[in-house]
Ligand binder design. Structure first.
Ligand code: IPM
Ligand code: MG
Length: 371
């Protein structure tokens, strides 16, 4: 029996293509694994009213880890309009399946390394090497939202003096998205960042928040961070506001090392940091909990490129590298990263984003040939 059962969820759009390219690489690495494919994504929303069917959740529970491609997500009205006619008007609402997966499996750390590989023509600067820890289960993406606002919610909120400003707004003209943060949620992401920093001999951990305005949620995160920092005297603890951080990351990316942030803020700085090292074609993520991990490229399904096999699959290869590390296959992970770095440095095989014309599968074969 193979050592690992790896769930593979290609998703839709270019997700299928980048995952197919990644299989070429994983097969060459001869990972001792059985790959089991599952359903997720837009077609299952349209056909079944559920982009993450129960059978897929079950499948994941029977595997060690998951490699995920990409899925299309659309705003509420557009999603409802694409449902199969017999499913319309039943109150089904679309919720991003990757966000749901993160919550259902309690994958609280979203690990996003952003490294400028030498020779990448898209590097904003050389030698950038950032690692982001994004809280992945709560905060602004907890999913507790209302529109129209129920009267009971409005009544409950009116204990807050600032609700006076909204007292005359009709219920169907007021929307609410909550930012729910718990001490436990803050603590575990902050500690994951410090532990990573210690293990990988990183210099500093920076908390990215906005406690001067978001006084309660931001304040909680900052105080938890400062307290945890005391247990890691060997690592410099810094704090920055999200808005200023977006400037500093562009101006002085080398001043930063490990960054930690709440869900929405982490989402934002992840894309910014990804662009510093070549854009979404190089951005991989590990959604990691205490028992399970889902590894993915952070780009979307790019419907306009679907079927063209032109999207850069390196982000998915880097996701596979994170997956192998998480499984404890450190040698294979290092070999894979070495092969990726070599292909980038050689500069002969390049996808369109890098100024070349190689296909996703050609990139897969080129990286496999280096292994
Ligand atoms: C990401 C993506 C997702 C997110 C979307 C697709 C829901 O932007 O992984 O960063 O916001 O978490
Ligand atoms: Mg994002």
């Amino acid at each position: 029996m193979p050592k690992y059962r790896i769930a593979v969820l290609p998703g839709d759009g270019v997700g299928k293509e980048v995952v197919a390219a990644t299989r070429i690489v994983l097969d060459k690495l001869a990972v001792d694994a059985e790959y089991v494919y599952g359903d997720i994504g837009w077609e299952f929303w349209c056909r079944e009213g559920n982009a993450l069917p129960d059978r897929t959740i079950k499948l994941l529970k029977e595997t060690d880890v998951c490699l995920f491609g990409a899925i299309t997500s659309k705003p509420k009205e557009e999603a409802a309009a694409e449902l199969a006619p017999e499913l319309r008007g039943k109150g089904l609402s679309y919720f991003s399946p990757i966000v749901r997966l993160r919550q259902e499996f309690d994958l609280y750390s979203n690990l996003r390394p952003c490294k400028a590989y030498p020779g990448n023509p898209l590097n904003y600067r050389d030698n950038i090497d950032l690692v982001i820890f994004r809280e992945n289960t709560e905060g602004m993406y907890a999913g507790v939202e209302f529109f129209p606002m129920p009267q009971a919610v409005k009544d409950a909120l009116s204990v807050h003096p600032k609700m006076k400003a909204f007292k005359d707004v009709p219920l169907d003209e007021i929307a609410l998205s909550t930012r729910i943060m718990t001490k436990k949620g803050c603590e575990r992401i902050v500690r994951a960042a410090f532990e990573y920093a210690r293990k990988h001999k990183r210099r500093s951990v920076t908390i990215v928040e906005k406690p001067n305005v978001l006084r309660e949620t931001g304040g909680l995160m900052l105080s938890v961070f400062r307290k945890a920092a005391k247990d890691y005297p060997d690592i410099q603890a810094k704090d920055a506001n999200i808005d200023a951080m977006c400037m500093w990351l562009v101006k002085n990316p080398h001043d930063y090392d490990v960054l930690v942030a709440e869900n929405l803020f982490g989402d934002i700085i992840s894309d910014l940091a990804a662009q510093l090292v070549g854009g979404l074609g190089f951005a991989a993520a590990g959604n990691i909990g205490d028992r399970y991990g889902v590894f993915e490229p952070t780009h979307g399904s790019a419907p306009k490129y679907a079927g063209l096999y032109k999207v850069n699959p390196l982000a998915t290869f880097l996701a596979a590298k994170l997956m192998l590390e998480w499984l404890g296959e450190t040698e294979k992970a290092a070999a894979l990263e070495g092969a990726i770095a070599a292909i980038i440095k050689d500069g002969k095989v390049r996808t369109y984003d890098m100024g070349g014309a190689s296909t996703s599968l050609e990139m897969g074969r080129a990286v496999a040939a280096k292994l």
